[in-house]
Ligand binder design. Structure first.
Ligand SMILES: [Zn+2]
Length: 396
């Protein structure tokens, strides 16, 4: 039986109204929870970083369960592409700050939960101040700088960090907490992968229901730590495969050489996590891509209308082409381009296009290196086309 992370002295002043007793009755009748466990939940504070796919079920269930104080960190605005999985936000919220729709939804679920809003991105400059007042941190973000930052600050401040990650059909969940006897994220991954090596959900997609499953597991682990029941996911990683509907469990061990929680730590204060994760180098590469010769979608439209002699090559994937494409374009996915150069004539003017302009810029550099001279990249890709030229084209 685990012990609660909530100090018993904090329960003395906790009281419940009759409405609250009724609200939590299904908890109160369980001998493992009782009024004592519900008091722990009410005394507890949980910080949820991000109110997206993972943050949505985390915040909804923890508020419903009676967590007394929830901190939410998010600097983003609700977009249509969020609604397939981010169930804190509704159609009417598109364009609103995510924090505002999250607050409204949580208030409706449980007005007894105090909601603290941090309308900002989580950074080295604000992490300590934001994390300090909370008992548990739940990381609901999907980028490496934030993952390392939330790990390091939680190790320094001795806060359990409930980890979850999702990609396409797969998810993972564990609890980091060297002060509780478990490992930290850096025990497994001391260094981040090279930038661009691991695609994000925005690049690779994610099945809409999956964050619900992983986020609910994160919320559940937070509840167990607070109430002090069961076996926490310390030192264990659950890997979930949605297509096979299989859960697997891996042992995670503390690394005595871990740079943050090891015996001789080399990282003892917060660092520049963007630098650490190679983001500036990735930006420099993007910068280079941005400087390839380009044309706007308006210029492309004018060229097409004038029936100019040029080739328009779409370097996206076939399934993207099926969603939408520009009339007159030819599909050659970026990955196939090196093998299909013979289909192109270096004497022709070639205009390259993708979803937003990044892949086609890489295609342009590839063709330039292969000796092609008359090249241009369509700025903003088919998204810009849908925005400025043909609003009947769907954005995805
Ligand atoms: Zn560690």
């Amino acid at each position: 039986m685990a012990t609660s992370i909530i100090d018993p002295s904090r329960l003395e002043k906790i009281e419940f109204s009759n409405d609250e007793i009724a609200r939590y009755s299904r908890h109160l009748i369980m001998p493992e929870v009782t009024l004592e466990g519900q008091k722990r939940l009410k005394a507890a504070s949980v910080l949820c970083i991000g109110t997206g796919g993972l943050g949505s079920p985390i915040a909804l269930y923890l508020a419903a369960a009676g967590v007394g104080r929830m901190g939410l960190v998010d600097g983003d605005v609700v977009d249509f592409s969020n609604l397939q999985r981010q169930i804190l936000h509704g159609t009417k919220d598109v364009g609103r700050k995510k924090l505002n729709s999250a607050r409204d939804r949580i208030r409706d679920i449980n007005p007894n939960t105090q909601v603290d809003l941090y309308d900002t991105y989580f950074t080295s400059a604000n992490a300590r101040e934001i994390v300090e007042p909370y008992d548990v941190v739940i990381d609901g973000t999907d980028n490496f700088p934030t993952r390392y930052l939330s790990n390091d600050i939680c190790v320094f401040l001795k806060k359990p960090n409930v980890y979850g990650s999702i990609f396409r059909f797969d998810g993972q969940c564990t609890v980091f907490g060297p002060h509780l006897g478990g490992p930290c994220y850096r025990c497994m991954f001391p260094e981040p992968p090279p930038p661009g090596m691991v695609p994000s959900c925005a690049e690779g997609g994610v099945l809409g229901v999956l964050p619900g499953i992983i986020g609910v597991m994160q919320a559940l682990e937070a509840v167990k730590l607070i109430v002090g029941i069961g076996e926490p996911l310390l030192g264990r990683m659950i890997a979930f495969d949605a297509l096979k509907m299989k859960f697997r469990e891996f042992k995670l061990r503390r690394d005595p050489k871990c740079p943050v929680c090891g015996e001789h730590p080399t990282v003892t204060e917060l660092i520049d996590y963007e630098q650490f994760c190679g983001i500036p180098d990735a930006r420099a590469a993007e910068e280079e891509e941005a400087h390839v010769p380009h044309i706007t979608v308006r210029e492309l439209k004018a060229k097409l209308d004038r029936r100019e002699n040029f080739r328009l090559i779409d370097v996206r994937e076939p399934f993207e082409w099926d969603i939408c494409h520009i009339p007159g374009a030819k599909l050659i996915p970026l990955g196939q381009l090196p093998a299909r150069l013979s289909e192109l004539d270096s004497a022709d003017e070639i205009v390259l296009q993708c979803k937003s302009g990044a892949r086609s810029a890489r295609a342009l550099m590839l063709l330039r290196d292969a000796g092609f001279g008359k090249l241009a990249n369509v700025e903003g890709g088919i998204l810009a086309w849908a925005e400025e030229i043909d609003t009947s084209v769907p954005k995805y």
